[in-house]
Design a protein around this ligand. Structure first.
Ligand SMILES: [Mn+2]
Length: 336
């Protein structure tokens, strides 16, 4: 075992009660990793509490145990493990509640796979951040192998979910040969991927009213800049009727990006109080999302970003968004 793995093992060995912390942006990797650690550490006799400052998103609620994640630290614990984030900027909920200070007084290990990290958690005793790993779940599997922590099928289900989440079902560049090896071993452990997939699909099914509404949105899509940008606006009345049932942007953005020629898909929401929000998604090679969102006071990643504007006329926001998006796309295609 290398030094870092030894420190992780020592932190776990010395603790009776361990808190597994997910940052303020939970996803399949962080929740799957947290649930896997809960099983792995329970199986070696530890008490485990799962913490996340924000609620688990609905699309993850097919994972058994998601409802054990709580949004407060327990009164007493001996150590913590932060999964899938090494930056303080994603632990704002703990900062706001004053609990971060509390966390910092106990031994803390960070398990992550993000390449560029700013504001690194300063109080961690050990940070194991391997950016060659597809996911934190994959990292945890290799650590369990090294330390010889047994991995049950239940733990394996969390790890598989973590890997599939970050690799988009083993389809993106993050999936390495070792990722496939580990997936094979998880199947050998008894993890039933088809059953997992079926539970996920069952949970993400839409009501018939939403199915029909999706048709309306597709009809209303505007294609601008020679079809490079697809844009839809959702007014307050539709937000009231449909948003409680299903989030409209992810309902159509995949189809918008699957339209020939489309480089950027934008879903605007126009609220009655004048607020305008935008969800931006881009196709590979056209990652203007972060810059476009920043121009409008928002932020995010190259391929997925968002913004919120208040105090400006909707028509002006839409025009500004589309013209700046065109400018960014044209800079990409005609480099100066
Ligand atoms: Mn991840």
């Amino acid at each position: 075992m290398n030094d870092k793995t030894n420190i992780l093992k020592a932190i776990v060995d010395a603790a009776e009660h361990i808190v597994v912390v997910q940052a303020d942006n939970p996803d399949g990797d962080s929740l799957g990793s947290a649930l896997a650690l809960e099983h792995i550490l329970s199986d070696i006799g530890k008490q485990v509490t799962l913490y996340c400052g924000v609620d688990m998103p609905g699309y993850l609620q097919y994972l058994h145990g998601w409802d054990r994640v709580q949004n407060q630290l327990p009164r007493k614990f001996d150590a913590s493990i932060i999964v899938d984030a090494s930056t303080l900027s994603l632990l704002e909920k703990l900062q706001a509640s004053g609990e971060l200070g509390w966390l910092s007084t106990k031994p803390c290990a960070v398990l992550d796979h993000h390449e560029k990290v700013e504001k690194i958690v300063p109080f961690a005793k050990v940070i194991i951040n391997e950016y060659t790993r597809s996911s934190t779940g994959e990292l945890i599997y290799t650590l369990a192998e090294e330390i010889r922590w047994p991995v049950s099928a239940q733990a394996g289900e969390g790890l598989m979910t973590a890997i599939l989440g970050d690799t988009q079902g083993l389809s993106n560049q993050l999936a390495s040969a070792d990722t496939y090896r580990i997936m094979g071993e998880l199947v050998a452990l008894g993890v039933d991927r088809p059953a997992l997939e079926e539970r996920r699909r069952e949970l993400s099914k839409m009501p018939a009213t939403i199915y029909n509404y999706k048709g309306t949105l597709l009809q209303r899509t505007a294609f601008v800049d020679d079809g490079r940008i697809a844009v839809i606006t959702i007014p307050q009345s539709e937000i009231n009727t449909f948003s409680p049932l299903y989030n409209p942007a992810p309902l159509v953005q995949g189809d918008m990006l699957q339209t020939i020629g489309v480089q950027v898909a934008i879903v605007l929401k126009h609220y009655a109080d004048g607020k305008v929000t935008g969800a931006i998604r881009c196709n590979p090679g056209f990652g203007v999302g972060a810059e476009l969102a920043e121009h409008l006071g928002g932020g995010g990643h190259a391929y997925a970003s968002g913004f919120k504007v208040t105090g400006k006329a909707y028509a002006d926001v839409r025009a500004d968004c589309l013209s700046y998006c065109q400018e960014l796309l044209h800079t990409l295609t005609d480099p100066k």
